[in-house]
Design a protein around this ligand. Structure first.
Ligand code: APR
Length: 307
């Protein structure tokens, strides 16, 4: 295939990304990891599934950054996941180092790539990736809003007994405890959930969404979620590749929108062939705006750690 996607990190999230990408069959996939043998082994395994899963793309594994040369999109997943009792912010220092190394190599070997960041703490790692690569801000985006909103969509579908595909959700802010689910902009077949559910159930679903990652960490005990995070990243890849102009909440660089600037944070964006093509400024109530600005302020304080 003449398109190439590099996945940095061949752990749970990285390998799941590679699997979903292979099944989507629109680009060759190269997985990179620091542990020799792991990316190569997982890539070979995925390639061997091709004949029955119906894909023809090549999946390869490597430990050498030169092999990501010319990648059109890079998905950054390398880094430590949370364990029970940890917040995503506890990962800052360790993961900033890993993201920094990857960013330098992406700049060197894939200077035209779009970068989708999944490593946590998401908004800070996306900021760090953009700073170190020096790429235009529309070419570096963080995945989390998509993940948080598909979690909310799943909870709504489970609650109301409706098709997952009929749901739509908008979750803004940072990918952490301060995220801001917006029920007014969350719908089932176009109908706001505020018309379909009592207030207390909406509140419960919003709270479950905020703690969605933590709920899985508690269950797994040894790491964090990976299927939904990978599915969200691959959805973003498709939006860029196919120039879908898809409206998604994602971590984007703000320069004054919503009264916030010089930070990456979750907002609705239009994602297409130019990456983040537009940031949509929704009309927010006073309390929604306060929550979004509060979330941004939390991350702004932490930026100095990645600097
Ligand atoms: N370069 C390349 N790969 C690295 C590096 C590095 N410098 N350091 C670590 N890795 C690899 C590890 O070897 C491992 O295979 O990153 C992979 C991480 O995989 P997991 O431990 O399975 O973690 P995962 O669940 O995939 O989460 C990765 O995504 O959702 C976030 O919070 C999560 O930050 C975490 C990241």
């Amino acid at each position: 295939m003449n398109k190439k996607i590099a996945v940095i990190g061949a752990g749970n999230v990285g390998a799941s990304c590679a699997m979903y990408l292979a099944e989507a069959n629109f680009a060759d996939v190269v997985m990179l990891d620091i542990i020799d043998g792991v990316p190569q082994g997982k890539a070979l395994d995925l390639t061997q599934a091709g004949p029955v899963r119906g894909y023809n793309c090549m999946v390869t594994g490597t430990t050498k950054y030169k092999d990501i040369k010319g990648a059109d999109i890079v998905i950054m997943t390398a880094g430590f996941p949370r364990k029970p009792g940890m917040s995503r912010e506890d990962l800052i220092a360790k993961n900033a180092e890993i993201v920094g190394i990857a960013a330098k190599n992406i700049k060197k070997f894939a200077p035209k790539a779009f970068v989708i960041v999944v490593s946590n703490p998401l908004d800070l790692m996306t900021y760090h990736m953009q700073k170190v690569t020096g790429f235009p801000k529309n070419r570096v985006v963080g995945q989390a809003g998509v993940l948080d909103s598909i979690r909310m969509r799943a909870f709504i579908a489970m609650e109301l007994g409706v098709a997952m595909s009929d749901t739509n959700a908008m979750v803004l802010g940072g990918h952490g405890d301060t995220m801001v689910p917006l029920p007014r902009y969350t719908t089932v077949a176009g109908v706001p959930i505020t018309e379909l559910m009592p207030k207390d159930r909406i509140k419960a679903i919003s709270e479950r969404t905020k703690g969605g990652g933590g709920e899985i960490v508690k269950l797994l005990k040894t790491g964090s979620a990976y299927y939904a995070p990978a599915a969200a990243a691959v959805d973003m890849c498709k939006a860029i590749f196919n120039d879908e102009k898809k409206v998604l909440p994602a971590s984007a660089f703000l320069s004054g929108q919503y009264g916030i600037k010089d930070i990456y944070i979750g907002v609705p964006v239009v994602l297409g062939a130019k990456g983040v093509e537009k940031i949509l400024e929704l009309k927010l109530t006073k309390s929604e705006l306060k929550a979004l600005q509060g979330s941004a302020a939390t991350y702004k304080k932490l930026i100095k750690v990645v600097k």
